[in-house]
Design a binder for this molecule. Structure first.
Ligand SMILES: Nc1nc2c(ncn2[C@@H]2O[C@H](COP(=O)(O)OP(=O)(O)OP(=O)(O)O)[C@@H](O)[C@H]2O)c(=O)[nH]1
Length: 203
């Protein structure tokens, strides 16, 4: 069984939890507790391979320029960076997060870091502040998968995005001789507990 570890990053209220819960449960749930770090786990089968997916959804901290946590950066095999198309600040924050991921992986990761840039709340396009083209070029600059989605309205696009990202992660892991620094024994649950003393969840 392959372990795939993803971290969700983005501004407060960008819809990280909504996107993830849509993928994991096919449902949209309007409000989530945002003051806890959560680790979601799910068994999946992709291309006939059984996977154990773990996704870390950190709680937001106040301040857009907050530093993302070092532990998820080290721990995760891939990242989902979410911004809101109707909030330019969240887009700028996503840009900053992408730079931080690249910087943190510069030394250790020879290949591309699997990242998916998600422009969420596409249903709010009447109050759009970030064009689709801007999102696409930021993704191209950073060699990310890109898609605008609406966690409120769609499941399929989100599911396809996660599947693409997971495939990319599987490719990268296959080519990484050293596998990962944090294998089974040092799980994210432990890391989260070390840093925050918070809970873990299973979906
Ligand atoms: N219209 C619309 N609202 C959305 C969408 N996705 C999420 N929301 C709403 O945006 C708000 C924030 O969503 P969350 O999923 O909690 O966002 P988050 O990024 O996890 O927020 P934090 O946990 O505070 O960092 C909630 O009120 C959601 O209902 C979407 O696609 N469209």
């Amino acid at each position: 069984m392959n372990d795939i570890k993803l971290a969700l990053l983005g501004s407060e209220g960008a819809g990280k939890s909504a996107v993830l819960v849509r993928f994991l449960t096919k449902r949209f749930i309007g409000e989530y507790a945002s003051n806890t770090n959560s680790l979601y786990q799910k068994r999946l089968s992709i291309d006939g391979r059984q996977l154990n997916l773990e996704v870390f959804d950190p709680c937001s901290q106040s301040g857009e320029s907050r530093c993302i946590l070092e532990e998820p950066l080290d721990w995760a095999d891939g990242f989902v960076v979410v911004y809101t198309i109707s909030d330019r600040t969240s887009f700028l924050n996503a840009k900053n997060i992408l730079a931080q991921i690249k910087e943190s992986r510069r030394e250790t990761c020879k290949g591309e870091v699997p990242i998916c840039l998600v422009g969420n709340k596409q249903d709010l396009c009447h109050s759009r502040q970030v064009s689709e083209e801007e999102g696409r070029s930021l993704a191209q600059e950073n060699k990310c998968i890109f898609q605008e989605v609406s966690a409120a309205e769609n499941y399929l696009e989100i599911s396809n995005l996660f599947t693409k990202l997971i495939r990319h992660v599987m490719e990268q892991l296959k080519h990484r001789g050293d596998r990962r620094r944090y294998s089974g024994s040092k799980s994210m649950a432990k890391l989260i507990n070390n840093v925050f003393g918070k809970r873990r969840q299973s979906v």
